[in-house]
Write a protein that binds this ligand. Structure first.
Ligand code: IPD
Length: 295
């Protein structure tokens, strides 16, 4: 598909994103994020149709492709020209050896493809994740899965939406019968494996109804936001665990849908830089999951 055709297709879909229910300065930021998520989504689909174009780099578990970089250039390039004073924390650039500077300035948190491993295997569970944090608090979020054409978005204090319809979390309050999603990240040391398996054993003993591992932190959280799943947890520490670009957008979406996030090490308030998330549909379910997961 030519760049012009892709742009036209993106513009026509973007015109369906009705933001008339939103107000305030954040609306323009959300509008930009939606447009760029659709544009990057079209690049992802185009590459997925031509698997030979998918070049894998990095180690055997944590992969990155040329398409990640291309999408990030599209998103960050355009956001920089629209908002030259804003800062950026984006997965494939601006992050040296896992070190990033997260200040109180307006900061875009960008993961051009969350679920890169899925993308390299044409497993249709990857998304573009674009969030904006102000004072280190995410205020705008947009997560787009181009395979399913699911566009999740939210502005802090103004609700969360999926393809134009308001969403809310499930009302599940008991761990018994809950459907839980987790990821195994990139940790492959014996101690890390024991920790992850120990948590699974405890969850199964608590009689959860189902366990999923979808391969994308952002999609997991959006699925908790719209009630398809009841709880998501992942991580160990700031090196082994989800990063602000993975959940910066979905954090606003799930919170606006009624969900709650905490650090499952000890139940303390969620800290974006610690690499541990427990995100649940209700606080009651979260308290029960915390009992099972805390270290
Ligand atoms: C990863 C995915 C994966 C999760 C990791 C993330 P990436 O993002 O969300 O499911 O386990 O914590 O880093 O590398 O596909 O962008």
């Amino acid at each position: 598909m030519s760049a012009t055709k892709r742009k036209r297709e993106t513009e026509s879909k973007t015109s369906h994103d009705d933001l008339s229910g939103f107000s305030g300065a954040e609306v323009q930021y959300l509008q930009s994020a939606l447009k760029l998520a659709r544009e990057a989504g079209a690049v992802i689909l185009e590459a997925a149709r031509n698997p030979k174009s998918i070049v894998t780099k990095s180690n055997s578990t944590d992969v990155v492709t040329e398409t990640d970089k291309r999408c990030e250039d599209i998103i960050v390039g355009q956001l920089k020209s629209l908002y030259p004073k804003h800062k950026f924390i984006a997965e494939e650039s601006h992050v040296e050896n896992g070190v990033y500077d997260f200040t109180v300035e307006p900061t875009w948190l960008v993961d051009p493809i969350d679920g890169t491993t899925n993308f390299t295997r044409a497993f249709p569970m990857s998304c573009v994740s674009i969030g904006l944090a102000i004072n280190r608090k995410p205020v705008v979020g947009c997560v787009y899965n181009p395979y399913s054409d699911e566009m999740f978005y939210a502005i802090s204090g103004q609700g969360a939406f999926l393809n134009g319809k308001r969403i809310k979390t499930s009302d599940k309050t008991a761990i018994n019968g809950a459907v839980v999603v987790t990821e195994f990240g990139y940790e492959r040391g014996e101690a890390g494996i024991d920790l992850m398996l120990g948590r699974l054993r405890k969850l199964l003993r608590a009689n959860i109804q189902g366990l999923r591992s979808i391969g994308s932190c952002a999609i997991n959280m959006c699925y908790v936001a719209c009630g398809k799943l009841d709880g998501y947890y992942e991580g160990h520490d700031k090196f082994q665990g989800p990063k602000p670009w993975d959940f910066g957008a979905s954090q606003v979406i799930v919170q606006e849908a009624g969900g709650n996030l905490i650090d499952f090490k000890d139940g303390s308030p969620f800290d974006m830089t610690q690499g541990r998330i427990l995100c649940c549909a209700t606080k009651a379910l979260q308290a029960q999951m915390l009992d099972v997961l805390k270290e």
